[in-house]
Design a protein around this ligand. Structure first.
Ligand SMILES: [Zn+2]
Length: 148
């Protein structure tokens, strides 16, 4: 006799990702560059409530739904801590890494955003627990506690 089944309220499902050697290599290469940014003391990470900080959003010229951004002038990576910090930091670091390949302008920005999203998804798929742990430690070391 089979065990009575508990009712399933909801499940989180994900499609299995078919891993390839070339994507794996790309992930490692990009991860090395993300580590390098976070080891660079010129860069800082600042946690904030981006979505409900109109003053900051105006200053950085951001749209309403933004949860992370890079200020290249001050070299501050702003992260809305109420969302997934790890993937948002990876996303913003990828902007820093690929931005030179794209020009300024709306079309170029959209192309950059599309490429960054693709790479972010890939990196989060290939990231190991050791790499995620290292990333968290590096983010912690770059976090600004006070307004400067
Ligand atoms: Zn972006």
């Amino acid at each position: 006799m089979s065990k009575p089944k508990r009712p399933v309220l909801f499940e989180v499902t994900r499609k299995p990702h078919h891993k390839t050697k070339s994507e794996q290599r790309l992930h490692y290469r990009l991860l090395g560059r993300v580590y390098a940014i976070l080891r660079d003391e010129d860069w800082q990470v600042r946690y904030c409530r981006l979505c409900d900080n109109p003053k900051l959003r105006r200053k950085l010229e951001l749209e309403d739904e933004v949860i992370g951004t890079v200020d290249y002038e001050t070299q501050i990576i702003y992260i809305d801590f109420r969302y997934d910090v790890l993937s948002t930091v990876v996303h913003e670091c990828l902007h820093i890494i690929v931005t030179d390949r794209f020009g300024s302008g709306k079309a170029q920005y959209e192309a950059e955003e599309k490429e960054v999203r693709r790479l972010e998804k890939l990196m989060m798929e290939y990231m190991t627990r050791t790499q995620a742990t290292r990333l968290h430690h590096l983010i912690s070391a770059r976090l600004m506690e006070r307004k400067m």
